[in-house]
Design a protein around this ligand. Structure first.
Ligand SMILES: NC(=O)c1ccc[n+]([C@@H]2O[C@H](COP(=O)([O-])OP(=O)(O)OC[C@H]3O[C@@H](n4cnc5c(N)ncnc54)[C@H](O)[C@@H]3O)[C@@H](O)[C@H]2O)c1
Ligand SMILES: *[C@@H]1O[C@H](CO)[C@@H](O)[C@H](O)[C@H]1NC(C)=O
Ligand SMILES: *[C@@H]1O[C@H](CO)[C@@H](O)[C@H](O)[C@H]1NC(C)=O
Ligand SMILES: [Fe+2]
Length: 451
């Protein structure tokens, strides 16, 4: 049996939140909300062939990575395409944690075949690569840096449509199926950056929880930490009405808008699910209830952070990933060194939330409570310390490496890590607390050892 729900989140948002929206309309930066399209259920990926037929697609690009190309999620998608007579070509050369050169390789594949629709079967690496391939294939005259976030790229707004993209996420996860964001490691700077535009948000996310059952334990852990940090960062991000100036044209409205009442609902809910299911999902790959719940949590958190934004854990993670020297990711079976995204994000989380707590202690306390802390006797000024301790305990329980030191960094690397964080203002400016270069150094230093 295949049970599915189809959410048109826009309808949900407008019927539930109209009174709230009316109140918000006068504020500085935000009076518009854009949300995503998700279809969820066990076995739902069987429908993808029909979806492509309904779109009238005649030449489909299916992207995945080498490992996944042999696994059940890819088999299910290909079977559905074959059964429905959809013509397709497979690109399975996606790099796990893409770079500018791996993006460019996928882009040239897309440019060479005049595809009329795209399908991404994989984690964030695959979905992000597919978004970029679609974008640049539809803008063949654009330079690669045109749409990349400023100040690294030109940050030009995307004008003109891209082709339909259906994302089939297999991790739980980046939430990339819900966001208009594509992240890559920009090798010249040794730091990640990305493209952020509503134009590249997938047309549809097909969220089939059976696909998460094959995730190795560390992939489940690291992608789960990504969900945790998406929820925590978006919930504590600078509020949307404290941002200015208002863009003169709505095309320039940032994808990351600051925390807002709609995102809060998704972020807080995601946090509850993570608190309840993450440990089970990591420890028992056959726990379908836990893995399914985390798969949905990644969607919820994706809708939260894809609209509100993330801040310091993500901003600081980009150079942690980009400067990796020798660390080889446990359980990933890769030839290149890697600090997986979720790990690079979560290692600084105790220090970061300890630092941001004074700006909105109630939200930090609430998060700590959701994650299991007893906060009845806790003073507001201790919110940061309590959330930091709660996070450290979760990391310890899930066998996370003991800080940046354990993934190959020393104090001597801190200047390079800070340098790589400075250009991440797209996210770091969403931090609720303003910060100096010295603050960033102290946050990296405090993250060298956790236990
Ligand atoms: N676009 C966004 O909004 C967004 C948000 C957060 C992170 N990201 C980016 O996403 C990337 C990380 O993505 P990720 O954490 O989803 O992991 P991933 O896509 O990098 O995959 C990690 C590994 O797990 C394997 N894998 C994935 N699903 C599997 C499954 N079901 N069974 C067996 N193996 C499986 C892959 O083959 C790969 O080896 C990073 O580049 C990160 O920067 C993007
Ligand atoms: C990739 O596949 C290999 C061999 O099948 C496996 O050992 C490894 O754990 C897989 N890695 C990931 C991240 O799925
Ligand atoms: C939390 O911040 C306080 C005050 O800045 C500092 O003394 C303490 O060491 C920090 N703790 C962590 C875990 O970073
Ligand atoms: Fe992330």
């Amino acid at each position: 049996m295949c049970t599915t729900i189809s959410l048109d989140l826009l309808v949900f948002v407008w019927t539930v939140f109209i009174p709230m929206i009316n109140r918000l309309i006068n504020y500085t930066l935000i009076s518009l909300f854009h949300y995503s399209n998700i279809r969820y259920g066990e076995g739902v990926s069987k429908e993808i062939g029909m979806d492509l037929q309904n779109l009238g697609a005649k030449n489909v690009c299916v992207m995945t990575d080498r490992n996944l190309s042999q696994l059940p999620p890819m088999k299910a998608v290909v079977e559905s395409l074959v059964k429905n007579g959809v013509k397709y070509k497979v690109y399975d050369n996606v790099r796990v944690e893409p770079t500018d050169s791996s993006f460019k390789d996928a882009i040239s594949f897309a440019k060479n075949h005049a595809f009329d629709a795209f399908v991404a079967v994989g984690g964030g690496s695959v979905i992000d690569t597919c978004k970029a391939a679609n974008l640049y294939a539809c803008h063949p005259d654009a330079d690669f840096l045109d749409f990349v976030n400023a100040p690294i790229g030109k940050g030009k707004p995307v004008s003109g449509a891209v082709k339909p993209l259906i994302a089939v996420p297999t991790t739980a996860g980046t939430g990339s199926e819900t966001t208009g964001v594509a992240i890559f490691d920009y090798e010249p700077l040794k730091a990640k950056t990305g493209i952020a535009s509503r134009a590249i948000r997938p047309t549809l996310g097909i969220v089939d929880p059976t696909h998460t059952l094959s995730m190795p334990e560390r992939v489940a852990a690291n992608s789960g930490f990504d969900v945790l940090c998406h929820a925590l960062e978006s919930y504590t991000a600078l509020p949307y009405d404290q941002r200015s100036p208002c863009p003169t044209n709505p095309i320039n409205r940032p994808a990351y808008q600051g925390s807002n009442p709609i995102s809060d609902v998704w972020s807080r809910h995601a946090l509850h699910v993570v608190a309840k299911y993450m440990k089970r999902a990591v420890r028992d790959p056959e726990d379908l209830e836990a893995r399914s719940s985390m798969h949905l949590a990644s969607v919820f958190a994706g809708i939260g952070f894809g609209n509100a934004g993330v801040h310091l854990c993500h901003g600081m993670s980009y150079p942690i990933a980009g400067n990796v020297k020798t660390h080889s990711a446990k359980g990933y079976n890769l030839e290149h060194p890697l600090v997986p995204h979720g790990l690079s994000v979560v290692l600084t989380s105790p220090a970061v939330f300890n630092f941001t707590a004074p700006m909105c202690p109630e939200r930090h306390l609430e998060a700590a409570e959701i994650l299991g802390a007893d906060i009845r006797q806790v003073k507001r000024e201790d919110a940061g310390a309590v959330l930091a301790d709660t996070l450290r305990q979760i990391l310890f329980d899930l066998h996370v490496e003991d800080g940046l030191g354990a993934v190959g960094y020393t104090k001597d690397d801190i200047p390079a890590l800070v340098k790589g964080t400075i250009p991440q203002e797209r996210v770091t400016k969403l931090s609720p607390r303003a910060h100096t270069v010295e603050d960033l150094s102290r946050l990296f230093e405090a993250s060298m050892k956790l236990y």
